[in-house]
Design a protein around this ligand. Structure first.
Ligand code: NAP
Length: 289
């Protein structure tokens, strides 16, 4: 059996990779205390010690607002460490897949972002993730970079989990309807990453999200409807739309960050389910947890 080394194995996407990897892969995943990516060289050393058959980097500094005041930490984890991983993978000659984000774009585009669209991050998290993409490409031209967006699952910290917690406890929600993107179930993304690893050559830039587009308000409405259908919505609990100006946050967010996924989908022969299916799955998993 081949060994797949996953950084960030305890995160939303990391856990999903373990859930869907099946019997083709034996997964090893160092905790963030065993290999702390704030020391970027630790990642490279770990790869050369373990000598895996393939590597996925699903680890990241993902606290978007905190990154504004912790630039150094965000750049160490999101830029320098992936660069070191890509270098070590090149040295071993094994496939390396790095996960990135729609936040490398500024969200002012009028059509879905292609993989080669100009980047222009609005916040430190996005800047650090873009720096990570550049470091990975420079260190290893055979690496694959997979941008995704609005990740959620029945575990971890995400908007769907927050909405389920609030709505089931009887709290109505006001949710912004002027930020648009594509909610993506971590399991669907994980399946796409593993599918990519199954190909003979993985290198390049890819966009994988679930299908369709939504505002955060749409996502909350989908959670509301799923809870209602499951008989788990307290009476009188509502979701109403609000302007993002009503919720100022430390980090600016892209307003329309839709990734063009058709090209990646065609290139690797992969079909994503609609985002509503993924959100309903997360809600049901959260209710059953
Ligand atoms: N979440 C989203 O909406 C979203 C959207 C677009 C792209 N992405 C990208 O998707 C990937 C996976 O995101 P996710 O949602 O699964 O993230 P997540 O749930 O926040 O998990 C992040 C993982 O990174 C690890 N990590 C953080 N700091 C570390 C450090 N200093 N050393 C070692 N490990 C560290 C965490 O370990 P600990 O738990 O031990 O700290 C955790 O396992 C990331 O590349 C992210 O940028 C996410």
């Amino acid at each position: 059996m081949k060994e797949l080394l996953v950084f960030g194995g305890a995160g939303q996407v990391g856990r999903a990779i373990t859930a869907v990897a099946g019997s083709d892969w034996r997964i090893s995943s160092p905790s963030s205390t065993t290999v702390n990516l704030r020391d970027p060289d630790a990642a490279g050393r770990h790869i050369l010690d373990v000598r895996p058959h393939a590597i996925i980097n699903a680890a990241a500094y993902t606290r978007v607002d905190d990154a504004e005041s912790e630039r150094e930490g965000a750049f160490a984890v999101n830029a320098a460490a992936p660069g070191a991983m890509a270098r070590a993978a090149a040295e071993l000659g094994v496939p390396f897949v790095h996960v990135s984000t729609d936040y490398v774009f500024d969200g002012t585009g009028t059509r879905p972002y292609r993989t080669d669209a100009p980047t222009n991050p609005l916040n430190v998290y996005g800047e650090s993730k873009r720096a990570g993409e550049i470091a990975v490409m420079a260190a290893n031209p055979n690496a694959a970079i997979v941008r995704t967006a609005w990740v959620h699952a029945g575990w971890g910290v995400n908007f769907v989990a927050t909405a389920v917690r609030l709505l089931t406890s009887g709290k109505s929600m006001q949710v912004v309807d002027d930020q648009v993107g594509t909610p993506t179930h971590a399991v669907n993304l994980a399946a796409a990453l593993l599918h990519l690893l199954g190909r003979s050559a993985v290198g390049g830039m890819y966009h994988f999200t679930d299908a369709g587009v939504a505002s955060w308000y749409d996502v909350a409405c989908c959670v509301h409807e799923t809870l209602h259908n499951a008989g788990r919505l307290p009476a009188g609990v509502a979701v109403t739309p609000v302007d993002s100006a009503a919720y100022p946050r430390p980090a600016r967010r892209p307003q329309i960050s839709i990734l063009e996924t058709h090209t990646s989908r065609r290139a690797v022969g992969w079909l994503q389910p609609h985002w509503r299916e993924g959100v309903a799955t997360s809600v049901r998993d959260l209710l059953n947890a």
